[in-house]
Design a binder for this molecule. Structure first.
Ligand code: HEC
Length: 435
């Protein structure tokens, strides 16, 4: 192996931790600053990649063994350095830092991968290999035995080849009474082709006034409550004790599914499953969805950094649980901040690398609380230039609409409303924790 360019980069990235090589050293395959597949890289792949990169799942290749991983070394380096893999698109250096479902690699883990690749991706001592990671079988319910499973009535055919498709499928729940959801889980029918699923309940929204979507687009949408986003490795949510989400009698489920062909024709029937609170029992707190939107959108052909703003004023004190940016092909980035009644501005989350292929939900580990009158401010950016590789046509102006070639700028947010006393108690406890 040549002692050439990339090695310098590796040393530089590794920083002070890595001693410079002794003068005249002859680095060989075992000299990757000591970094090997079996000892250092396999544990990272097990923790952060294999949930998707194994047979039968959506990712294009398996990363279980050295033999499977080695040919992808360069591509792996590139994707992890750009923080495109694992998918997690927020800016880790600003706003709230801790999320329940954070999949991202630490800077040290990225350094390890870079060093391993730049030193020739050596295997290392087989005795260092950790035992294989164990994954639950695809048909196991993480949430426990469901009370209700709603499955697509007809199997959709996914062709062997062709572009990715986004479909909406509506399925009645058959519920005859209101129930509070305790836990929810989505199971794709064929995990190889289901890239991503969003589920919504089409029902009367529970927020005072509308949920932010009234009159949206050219159709008056009925109320919708966002239930769950699922990408691989994120199958079930059990809500915290005492909190739940109302699913109304007669609710219809809307599955919004992103299919990706895998070279073999197949069919899919995706399901969503629920565990409920006992009949007649109302949890102390109900999760409430609010869509903070900007419209009309005006996105000139070829333009980048096209900004729009949306606002929602909290009618009472509240705690935010989830934030999910939603845009279409020209989506570039979204920020969510809170403008407090005293004028202070707090940035919650900035997602500068939005990618329509991954509509991730960011779940706050220590969810912040805000007083009544706080203005939640969503800022969206669209990229209609050729720099956006998802852009179907940079020569076209686009505006608001609900077709996939139209645009949206929606912050899906989930809230627990609080009394003044609850607000003061939680705010004080958070302030103590953060000192
Ligand atoms: C949530 C699922 C998921 C996780 C976790 C994940 N990947 Fe991926 N990965 C995918 C999917 C799906 C694709 C193909 C679509 C795309 O490129 O975005 C992909 C593509 C890739 C590619 C590009 C393959 C090509 O065809 O060029 C590389 C390299 C990669 N992943 C490496 C990794 C590594 C390394 C990790 C862990 C550090 C990781 N991925 C974690 C789902 C995942």
């Amino acid at each position: 192996m040549m002692w050439s360019g990339p090695v310098g980069i590796a040393l530089c990235v590794a920083g002070a931790l890595l001693a410079p090589p002794a003068a005249g050293a002859q680095p060989g395959a075992s000299d990757a600053g000591g970094v090997t597949f079996t000892k250092d890289v396999a544990p990272i792949l097990q923790r952060s990649c294999q949930v998707c990169h194994r047979p039968g799942q959506m990712a294009p290749m398996s990363l279980l063994t050295y033999e499977e991983t080695r040919p992808w070394a360069r591509a792996i380096r590139e994707r992890v350095v750009r923080r495109e893999m694992p998918p997690w698109h927020l800016d880790r250096t600003v706003g709230i830092r801790e999320y329940v479902n954070d999949r991202s690699l630490t800077d040290e883990e990225i350094d390890t991968v870079v060093r391993w690749v730049d030193f020739g991706a050596p295997r290392g001592d087989p005795a260092d290999l950790p035992p294989p990671a164990v994954f639950a079988p695809d048909d196991a319910w993480y949430i426990g035995t469901p009370d209700l499973i709603v499955t697509m009535e007809e199997a959709l055919v996914v062709a062997a080849q062709g572009p990715d498709t986004f479909v909406n499928v509506h399925v009645p729940t058959g519920l005859t009474e209101d129930r509070y959801i305790r836990a929810i889980e989505v199971h794709p029918g064929d995990r190889r082709v289901v890239h991503h699923v969003n589920t919504f309940a089409v029902q009367e929204p529970e927020t005072p006034g509308d949920n932010g979507l009234a009159g949206f687009g050219n159709v008056a949408l009925p109320g919708e409550v966002w239930l769950k986003e699922t990408s691989i490795g994120n199958s079930g949510d059990i809500y915290p004790e005492g909190t739940g989400r109302l699913l109304r009698a007669g609710a219809v489920i809307r599955f919004n599914i992103h299919y990706h062909p895998v070279g073999e024709a197949t069919t899919d029937r995706t399901s969503v499953a629920f565990r409920f609170y006992p009949r007649g029992e109302k949890p102390d707190k109900a999760l409430v969805t609010r869509f903070i939107t900007a419209r009309p959108l005006d996105i000139p052909a070829g333009a980048r950094d096209v900004r729009h703003d949306g606002y929602w004023t909290l009618p009472q004190p509240a705690q935010i649980v989830h934030f999910r940016p939603h845009m279409h092909y020209r989506g570039q980035g979204m920020r969510l901040e809170a403008v407090l009644p005293d004028g202070r501005v707090e940035l919650l989350t900035s997602v500068p690398r939005y990618d329509v292929n991954w509509q991730l939900t960011y779940t706050y580990k220590d969810p912040p609380v805000f007083p009544a009158g706080t203005v939640m401010h969503m800022t969206s950016y669209h990229d209609n230039s050729t720099a956006n590789r998802n852009n179907p046509d940079p020569t076209m102006w686009t505006g608001s609409g609900s077709r996939t070639i139209d645009e949206m700028a929606i912050a899906h947010t989930d809230w627990l409303f609080l009394s003044d006393a609850e607000y003061r108690r939680i705010a004080a406890a958070r302030a103590t924790r953060q000192q």
